[in-house]
Design a protein around this ligand. Structure first.
Ligand code: FES
Ligand code: FES
Length: 213
């Protein structure tokens, strides 16, 4: 099961992804460049609620430092998706139940909707985008494709991150350990049998590739 910090995170409100994109740029690359090259990324004043407090934070995401200004109430999920355009991490329940938002924090699967962005400072954050090898899929992603381990695909990023976290801690899991490893990730399409097979295949692929992610 992913870690679920005690702090509850109120659903961020105040400005929209559409507004952010219209004002700042065109998504992940633009946002990341602003964050790292031109100083902290500051939301336009018109998009913030009156009296909003912004605080600086540096987040290590997929091996890259992002300096940002955030409201203390913003969740890590909100910042990933709406501030940085890293939309592979999905918003499902927004209350720590479905696992669609699973990312790795210091290699441990964690619900990004249940963690404040400020709490993630100092941790190594890995999202699905961070498992890519350039244009190529990583072994866990390839295993999901090979095993046809999805139907609608909405839960798949979270499932992949849960398996990735499991294999980083335990490269040779049993079937039961794989089942437990993804037990915090719900699949409304019921693709569990294939997801478990994908976990087994991912372990094989990682071993064949020397344990690389
Ligand atoms: S969106 Fe985070 S657990 Fe469902
Ligand atoms: S594949 Fe549809 S929710 Fe899992």
């Amino acid at each position: 099961m992913p870690d679920q910090p005690d702090d509850s995170t109120r659903k961020p409100t105040g400005f929209t992804r559409r507004g952010f994109i219209a004002t700042v740029g065109t998504g992940a690359v633009a946002a990341a460049d602003v964050a790292t090259a031109a100083g902290a990324d500051t939301p336009p004043a018109a998009e913030l609620p009156e009296g909003a407090e912004l605080v600086p934070v540096t987040l290590d995401i997929n091996g890259r430092a992002h300096r940002l200004l955030v409201e203390p109430r913003w969740s890590l999920l909100y910042v990933l998706r709406e501030r940085l355009g890293l939309t592979a991490t999905k918003l499902g329940c927004d209350r720590g139940e479905c696992g669609a938002c699973t990312v790795l924090l210091d290699d441990k699967p964690t619900y990004a909707c249940m963690m404040l962005a400020l709490e993630a400072e100092g941790k190594a954050i890995v999202t699905l985008e961070g498992l890519m090898r350039g244009e190529e899929l990583g072994p866990v992603q390839r295993a999901f494709v090979e095993q046809d381990a999805f139907q609608c695909g909405y839960c798949t990023p979270g499932q992949v991150m849960a398996v990735e976290g499991l294999l980083r801690a335990n490269p040779n899991p049993t079937l039961d350990e794989i089942r437990t490893g993804v037990s915090g990730n719900l699949c409304r399409c019921g693709a569990y049998a294939h997801i478990f097979k994908a976990g087994q295949r991912a372990a094989e692929l990682r071993r064949e590739e020397g344990g690389r992610s």
